[in-house]
Design a binder for this molecule. Structure first.
Ligand SMILES: Cc1cc2nc3c(=O)[nH]c(=O)nc-3n(C[C@H](O)[C@H](O)[C@H](O)COP(=O)(O)O)c2cc1C
Length: 324
């Protein structure tokens, strides 16, 4: 397969594993890269910038293919040392950075000056245009279906992707709700030159997640996600479980809820433990609506080759239907 994305990133198939807190380790990233996609290590899953460097070095022992690093920049009272994480990426020789979050203009300039290729992920056309003006090389655009933070405007991929493809000069990567070759074919037909997946890669052999959580995602339907933090205008799409149901109920309570009250429920450490222990009702687990399409736990190699074959088949079927 050949698109501006495969050429830019030096990968065989235009399939990217998006940054994933607690999941984007060297093992995950290397498995995707070895299967012909682009694996991404999630910087902030590593407790310190030095640990990130070790994880990058570990990834190099697992694959000789290109891989990237994700840096999500969020405003917070006690922010992690973002700049030090970025310096590790630059100095380690990693050539691909995925950014997301609040206005990462300064980070983009610094990484660009160092010759790093930047994919910026966002959820709105105006943010994609501004990232393009700031010099990023490609934009990943997440539709409302996605796992994680879809924003507050609820625009699905079927609308976002073609608008982005029309308005941007740089290549667009479709993200959110893609879990099979049909979705991939649709994304390419909408004008994207690559796809980004999170949830689907969580349900693979190599994902560093307990088998019980993977099985719970396989058993789930497209109706089994919840939107938390809506009332705080910081919406996150997560797996429906005891904790997310409780958070939604508290938010819907007359008078609402203060973040302090739900903080213990939504603590990141709790989500991490749920993923590792398999006790999937014990913490917040990020997942997208495409769980309804996920029916097995393949290796990344099997998943990617199956998706590529199905994508080709769907595109040729559609093309045959469209002939005069
Ligand atoms: C377990 C998990 C953790 C995630 N963590 C992050 C993160 O830390 N930063 C980020 O920008 N996106 C994060 N995402 C979102 C993904 O990078 C990607 O945009 C999203 O999963 C695409 O939607 P999909 O799950 O429908 O494929 C996460 C997704 C999952 C499933």
């Amino acid at each position: 397969m050949k698109t501006r994305i495969t050429e830019m990133l030096g990968i065989r198939y235009p399939i990217i594993q998006g940054g994933m807190m607690w999941v984007g380790t060297a093992d995950m990233a290397a498995a995707v890269s070895n299967a012909g996609g682009l694996g991404i290590i999630t910087a902030l899953t590593q407790p310190t910038p030095q640990d990130l460097l070790k994880e990058i070095e570990r990834c190099r022992t697992l694959t000789d293919k290109p891989f990237g690093v994700k840096l999500t920049i969020l405003l917070s009272i006690h922010p992690p040392p973002y700049e030090e994480y970025l310096d590790v990426v630059i100095n380690s020789g990693v050539r691909i950075l995925e950014t997301a979050g609040n206005n990462p203009k300064a980070f983009i300039s610094k990484a660009k000056e160092a010759g790093v290729t930047i994919i910026h992920k966002c959820v709105a056309i105006r943010h994609a245009l501004s990232a393009e003006r700031n010099g990023v090389d490609a934009v990943s655009i997440d539709g409302f279906e996605c796992a994680g933070h879809p924003g507050e405007e609820d625009v699905p991929g079927l609308v976002l992707i073609p608008i982005a493809a029309r308005q941007l000069k740089i290549p667009v990567i479709a993200s959110g709700g893609i879990a099979d070759g049909r979705g991939m074919a649709a994304a390419l037909a909408l004008g994207a030159e690559g796809i980004n997946m999170g949830t689907r890669f969580c349900v693979t052999q190599e994902a560093p997640i307990h088998q019980n959580v993977k099985q719970a995602l396989v058993d789930a339907t497209e109706r089994d996600t919840r939107l938390i933090f809506r009332t705080m205008r910081n919406t996150a799409r997560v797996f429906k479980n005891a904790i997310s149901e409780e958070v939604v109920a508290l938010e819907q309570r007359p008078g609402g809820v203060q973040f302090e009250e739900i903080r213990p429920l939504v603590a990141g450490a709790r989500g991490r433990t749920a993923l590792a222990s398999g006790e999937w009702n014990e913490g917040i687990i990020t997942a997208g609506q495409c769980i309804g399409m996920i029916n097995d736990i393949p290796s990344c190699e099997t998943l990617i080759s199956r998706m590529v074959a199905e994508c080709r088949e769907q595109l040729s079927k559609a093309s045959a239907m469209a002939t005069d």
